[in-house]
Design a protein around this ligand. Structure first.
Ligand code: ATP
Ligand code: MG
Length: 429
């Protein structure tokens, strides 16, 4: 474990209100209320983190976080609607209806002497030592994420050179990237994510350190990697970030069983474009997309392949990822059914079970996945319209003669009687 980067004696750069573009009208009114009340009660009150960065870049922040020198208990006393949350990271949540304004006390990283004897207690302990605004800035990951907006005089306070990096569109780690990536390897993935989201370049030392420290990401907590991965999809940068993770040697340590090939990166970029156009992405869809090219390559060419075979192949391909990230049965099942739906769509119309498949709620999602696939491979495009028309027609079948109705009815009855026995029980069959 490493400790606080050396903090220079130099005072922060202060950018007065007249010299920057952030206006209070851009800040959420409830967050402003919290900032003002802290300030009037004699505490320091800053807008911190991604909100300041995004406002300075002319973007709409996802959320606004508040930093203060009031302790969590002092914050609680000031707001009736305040709840203290978190063990690792003691935070005050001030609630306004459904909305929560997160208020964090300035913290610093622990020095060796501060830590309890038992190393297992270090993380919990070290993240809760209160510090000065300067120490709070230096504990953060990147310079552009460590800018403060001071409600006392509406200035920007910059301890770490973040303003310069914003102007140069450069992502730079605070302190020594080798040390900071060892301390928390997830920061490597975050570095690629922010660079892609903002269109920034990685500074040379940060890039070098990712090459050197890449293998450490295998030791990061799976739950955190899972969360950051979903952030990539939500922010529409999954394709480009995983592509750069591949070229920087990070991928094999990040996702076991994931083949970072061009087709997959292209597919993910298509998916990012779909998200950007307004269709939110859920975790099972992201999962199915990550492994679709591999699944497609694994499909047997024989005509007499059964649905059970296909379900098995999909399950085997998804298993390492689902196991590593402890994904719920629901997510696994949904992803597997999307792959199965893809198989049915690519196979074309006129197969057994088509009516049920067309009426199944997951089929249109599978068609979305299939469409992304057709767009990147250029194949089977005509099938998209064929299936769209079939779905618009309410599932009027073009069933094969080979499937007598009586026999089908019996099969369905059987399945209903023992739903958990079939691997694709609630799925389109
Ligand atoms: P966005 O919410 O738009 O994705 P953000 O900058 O707010 O971006 P968060 O993940 O919400 O990112 O984290 C909030 C802030 O906490 C960051 O701006 C950064 O200062 C700090 N931070 C988050 N993760 C780390 C980390 N692993 N190491 C150090 N600081 C971190
Ligand atoms: Mg945030």
């Amino acid at each position: 474990m490493s400790y606080q980067p050396t903090i220079p004696e130099t005072p922060p750069v202060i950018l007065p209100r007249a010299e920057h573009s952030i206006s209070r009208q851009q800040i959420d009114p409830d967050t402003l209320k919290v900032l003002y009340r802290l300030h009037r009660s004699g505490f320091k009150a800053y807008l911190v983190g991604g909100g300041v960065r995004d406002l300075l870049l002319g973007r709409t922040p996802k959320d606004f976080d508040v930093g203060t020198d009031a302790t969590p208990n002092q914050v609680k006393k000031l707001f009736r609607n305040c709840f203290l949350v978190g063990r690792r990271f003691r935070l005050a949540h001030v609630r306004f209806g459904d909305k929560v304004v997160e208020v964090a006390t300035f913290r610093r990283l622990a020095e060796a002497d501060d830590l309890p004897e038992n190393p297992e207690d270090h993380r919990l302990f070290s993240e809760n030592i209160f510090g000065t605004p300067q120490q709070d800035a230096f504990r953060r990951d990147f310079t552009i994420n460590a800018l403060f907006y001071d409600i006392a005089d509406f200035s920007i306070v910059d301890f770490v050179g973040g303003l310069e990096d914003l102007a140069l569109q450069r992502l730079r780690v605070i302190g020594d990237p080798l040390v900071r990536f060892t301390e928390d390897p997830v920061r490597m993935l975050r570095a690629l994510e922010f660079a892609a989201r903002l269109g920034f370049s990685l500074d040379a030392a940060t890039r070098e350190a990712i090459y050197t420290r890449g293998p450490l990401i295998a030791e990061a907590a799976p739950a955190r990697i899972r969360e950051e991965l979903m952030e990539l999809f939500r922010h529409r940068v999954a394709g480009s970030v995983l592509r750069s993770a591949g070229s920087m040697g990070l991928l094999p340590h990040l996702l076991a069983g994931f083949e970072g090939d061009e087709e997959t990166f292209d597919l993910l970029e298509r998916l990012d474009a779909r998200t950007a156009a307004g269709t939110p992405v859920n975790e099972s869809f992201a999962l199915a997309a990550l492994y679709l090219p591999r699944f497609s390559r694994a499909l047997p060419t024989e005509k007499d392949v059964t649905i059970t075979d296909i379900v098995q192949i999909a399950g085997l391909i998804l298993a390492p990822h689902c196991g590593y990230f402890h994904l719920s049965h629901g997510i696994r099942h949904h992803a597997r059914e999307l792959l199965l739906g893809f198989f049915r769509l690519r196979r074309g119309r006129g197969q057994r079970g088509e009516r049920r498949f067309l009426q199944h709620p997951m089929t249109s999602e599978a068609l979305d996945l299939f469409t992304l696939w057709c767009e990147i491979t250029g194949s089977d495009r005509q099938l998209i319209t064929v299936w769209q028309e079939a779905m618009a027609g309410g599932g009027e079948p073009s069933e094969p003669a080979a499937a007598p109705p009586k026999r089908r009815r019996r099969r369905r009855g059987k399945r209903r009687a023992a739903p958990s026995a079939a691997p694709s029980d609630s799925a389109p069959t």
